[in-house]
Design a protein around this ligand. Structure first.
Ligand code: SF4
Length: 430
């Protein structure tokens, strides 16, 4: 990032903002909403328009593909995620045309992978064959055993959905088709780490992703937000137990071929292994052009996917345009885009100056900052206290336990540790 421009934000006269990075070659994740409709009505859902049964017109997808590929936005490995509604509520015939259309525009230098994140209730043998034929990666949303899952993941006529999701997973197993899982953790889940670990280990998933119940977009409350100290304590205990179970099941936390992985733990290990650890600023959610979200009607946004269709105080609608009429990427002097970037960049800078976990998190998620604080230029959120700070502490502690003991004659020097509540601590281990 180079070049400086003065921020337009009225509340911080001395603010300096880096020029937004070039989008070329940066796009890793293209999130496409084939339809906003969802056949379920989960009580923590952040999507505001999920009764709307409209479907993306293929000419809208073609306009997006033309701009994305002609301007060289994708990095060499582009993942397309069909999401933001229930993707399997759209027929396979639509996807056949959509996949062909993207393949037609995609240059040979870019490898394109399709990914479907589904609530699972519509998966059947026909869908599994489709996934196999087109190399589609599949994620299923399931919150654990029925007594946890059915509390929140319900139909519009208020029935639980666990049994139907399990039938979908049986179809995946019949086709010997690997899948990952997204589990939303509510306050109640945190008291049951062993039940959750056993459930997912027996489910046969390759990768467990633990989302917390977040305050963002249309979801304005969370069972985790009540007593924050209690939540954080329970979350730390929960993650410590999950790490312990993972170590016992795989032999070590960092096993190269584990039977099941946990995304949150992997993310910390990946950060530690990255050759640029400690020198990177920003992440895929707070740098523009790495994630691009396109709504069924062609509206688009970058940064956190949940920002599409939202507005923010002082910034207005966070949509950056429509693929049918507007430049993609936005023009470098687009005022809407620059105001968003300025605030988000200031949030990254504030994090960099104040947070001991910055090298792992690299400045947080704009959607959570906005959802919890109403602004982008802030730092700590409940989301980051749990998913970044607590998880980092748990993983470092587990790795530390795995290290062989130092020989008696070695006297360790004072070391820099991250403390229980995210404060830096000088700690002498001798
Ligand atoms: S953990 Fe929180 S405060 Fe620290 S860098 Fe991330 S978002 Fe900022």
């Amino acid at each position: 990032m180079n070049g400086l421009l003065a921020s337009l934000a009225p509340d911080s006269p001395a603010r300096q903002t880096a020029a937004p990075p070039d989008w070329k070659g940066q796009l890793q994740l293209l999130i496409v909403q084939p339809s906003p409709f969802c056949n379920l009505d989960c009580d923590y859902c952040y999507l505001p328009d999920r009764q709307n049964t409209r479907r993306m017109d293929l000419s809208t997808l073609e306009a997006a593909a033309t701009k994305i590929f002609a301007t060289g936005l994708p990095c060499p490995e582009l993942t397309v995620v069909w999401h933001a509604g229930e993707p399997l509520a759209v027929p396979r015939e639509w996807y056949l045309k959509a996949f062909d259309l993207l393949a037609k525009h995609c240059p040979e230098s870019v490898t394109l992978t399709h990914n479907i994140q589904t609530n699972g209730v519509l998966i059947d043998d026909g869908w599994v064959t489709f996934f196999q034929d087109h190399g589609v990666r599949v994620g299923v949303s399931i919150d654990g055993p029925d007594w946890l899952h059915d509390r929140h993941r319900r139909t519009r006529d208020n029935r639980g959905t666990h049994a139907r999701v399990m039938r979908g997973i049986e179809a995946l197993h019949r086709g010997d088709f690997p899948f990952h899982v997204i589990c939303v953790l509510t306050r109640e889940s945190l008291d049951h780490p062993d039940e959750l670990f056993d459930f997912f280990a027996n489910l046969g998933t390759i990768h467990l992703c633990l989302n917390i119940e977040e305050i963002e977009s249309a979801n304005r409350s969370s069972s985790l937000a009540g007593n924050v100290e209690d939540t954080e304590h329970a979350f730390r205990q929960f993650m410590a137990r999950m790490a312990e179970r993972l170590c016992s099941a795989n032999g070590s936390l960092a096993h190269s071929a584990p039977r099941m992985r946990i995304r949150e733990i992997d993310d910390i290990l990946l950060a530690l292994r990255h050759p640029g650890f400690g020198q990177q600023v920003g992440n895929s959610q707070n740098l523009p052009g790495q994630i691009l979200s396109i709504a069924w009607d062609g509206r688009f946004a970058t940064f956190s996917p949940e920002l599409l269709g939202q507005s923010a105080p002082g910034l207005g609608d966070l949509t950056l345009g429509n693929v049918l009429n507007d430049p993609l990427p936005p023009l470098p002097d687009d005022a809407r885009y620059l105001r968003q970037w300025s605030d988000i960049w200031q949030g990254i800078e504030n994090c960099r100056k104040s947070c001991a976990y910055f090298n792992f998190c690299r400045g947080g998620a704009p959607s959570n900052k906005l959802g919890e604080t109403g602004r982008f230029d802030t730092t700590e959120t409940l989301f980051c206290r749990l998913t970044q700070k607590a998880v980092t502490d748990v993983v470092l502690a587990a790795l530390d336990r795995d290290l062989p003991s130092l020989p008696q004659h070695v006297k360790p020097k004072p070391r820099f540790w991250l403390g229980e509540n995210g404060h830096n601590k000088m700690h002498n281990r001798s």
